[in-house]
Structures are given as C-alpha cells and as structure tokens.
Design a protein around this ligand. Structure first.
Ligand SMILES: Nc1ncnc2c1ncn2[C@@H]1O[C@H](COP(=O)(O)OP(=O)(O)OP(=O)(O)O)[C@@H](O)[C@H]1O
Length: 230
C-alpha cells in the first residue's frame, strides 16, 4: 500500500529526515512515535506531498508518487488530517465535508453518511460554522474531512492533541473502526496508551532517523517509554 524507502526531507538547507523507511498496510494502523521535534509531522507532510522529498522513494498503491503533487496523492487515495484541525472556519460542517469530498474527485455520495456514523457528534452540527466548533468537535471534523474522500490511506497527525479524555476515547474508537474497514492508517499519536492499543506496528523516530520499527507486540509499554525518554 504505502512504502517509504530511504526518505530524506527538510526545510531549505535544514535536513530533518534521514533515510527513513516506513510501510503502511490496508486494515492496519502504523504509529509513528518520538519526542517533540524529531520530525514526525515532517514525515507525514512529506508522505502527503506538502514538503518535497530530497532523496528516497514513496510508493503508493504500486505507483511511485515521490514527485507527485499533494492533490494528485489525494486523488490517488491519500487522506490527510494535519496537526491543528485545519478546516474552513467560515464554512459550515456540511460544506467542509462537501468541499473535501468534491476536491478529491473520487468520492462517492454515501461517504458523508458513513463518516457521520463514525463521528455521530457531528451529525447535529452540520449547519454550524466550523469556526464555532469546540476543539474536540473541530478535531473530529478534521478527520471526517479526510475520511469523506474515501481514502485507502488515512494519515492522522496527533488527532488527540489537546482533546478531553471522553473525546479521545471516541476518536480512538473511530480510528480502530476505520482500520477495521480496511483502510491503512498512518498515525502520529502522543498518548502512549492510545498508541499501544491502536497500533499494529510502531516506528520510533529520533532526530529524524528511525531508531526502532516493528510489530506493536514486540514493543511493551516499558520499552516504548524508554525509547521515548531518550
Ligand atoms: N516550516 C518549518 N520551517 C523550518 N523548520 C521547521 C518547520 N517545521 C518544522 N521545522 C523543524 O523541523 C524539526 C522537526 O519538526 P516536526 O514538526 O516534524 O517534529 P515533530 O516530531 O512533529 O514535533 P511535535 O511532536 O512537536 O509536533 C524541528 O526541529 C522543527 O523546528
């Protein structure tokens, strides 16, 4: 599904990622972990095509997309909910979902209904302007916007950041259900307990390099805590 090999990227002359390998498979959750500033968001932004790769290769669904623009990756089946719930504030919840669905150009009309089943809190808010949503609601809308494109790969950057615990649990449940539908999920998650419950495999970054990668079962809580505390 997604294969990243030898990926390097950064900002101008500041290289952030060094030789990163990563895979994501249909129906499973790949979790990227690491302390603040190690390059997790940079990795997701490079996979999504918002930052150019300076070396390495990104294959998606059998095609080399390393140089493909972000919109082409969305049309090919990548859905991305970046950090910080970016929706269109003046548009309603429904308009946000419709715009995202139309922009992807590959979505089916029923995608919004399925998405609202996963995020039932959004259903009574369809006519509300996105700018008026609470943090938890806005985060759910950000994931929903990626989901209405019916992605084969859903990329989520810290979907539980700054969210109250009850909503964190709902988001966790939704992510598990999305993977259960056969979607490949690539997730950056800062809550270790959430990550360990959701992840099928875990990749740990430190200073832009992969220092550990493998099945979740091979990484216990103590081991993960040690790696994240380096
Ligand atoms: N737009 C930018 N321009 C220049 N440097 C940047 C930019 N965005 C991030 N960086 C730098 O790149 C490095 C990696 O940042 P990144 O946001 O990818 O880390 P992260 O692991 O996602 O961190 P966090 O957990 O805090 O979100 C950091 O040193 C950061 O300061």
């Amino acid at each position: 599904m997604l294969t990243v090999h030898g990926l390097c990227s950064g900002y101008g002359r500041a290289q952030v990622l060094f030789d990163v390998d990563l895979t994501a498979e249909p129906g499973s959750v790949t979790c990227v972990m690491g302390r603040n500033g190690v390059g997790k968001s940079t990795l997701l932004n490079t996979v999504a095509g918002l930052i150019p790769a300076t070396a390495g290769r990104i294959s998606f669904d059998g095609a080399d997309v390393t140089r493909a623009p972000a919109h082409a990756r969305v049309r090919a089946g990548m859905g991305y909910a970046p950090q910080g719930h970016a929706s269109f504030a003046p548009l309603t919840v429904l308009q946000n979902l419709q715009v995202a669905r139309e922009a992807a150009g590959r979505a089916r009309p029923e995608a919004i209904d399925r998405t609202l089943e996963l995020f039932p809190r959004l259903a009574p808010l369809l006519e509300r302007r996105a700018g008026l949503l609470s943090g938890g609601q806005a985060q759910q809308l950000a994931i929903a916007r990626a989901l209405v494109t019916r992605p084969a790969l859903l990329i989520l950057d810290e979907p539980t950041e700054g969210i109250q615990p009850s909503i964190v649990a709902e988001i966790e449940e939704a992510v598990a259900a999305i993977a259960g539908d056969g979607v490949a999920v690539l997730l950056v998650e800062q809550y270790l307990d959430v990550a360990l419950r959701l992840a099928d495999s875990i990749t740990v970054l430190d200073a832009g390099r992969v220092i550990r990668a493998g099945p979740r079962a091979e990484l216990d809580t103590a081991g993960a805590q040690r790696l994240l505390a380096i």
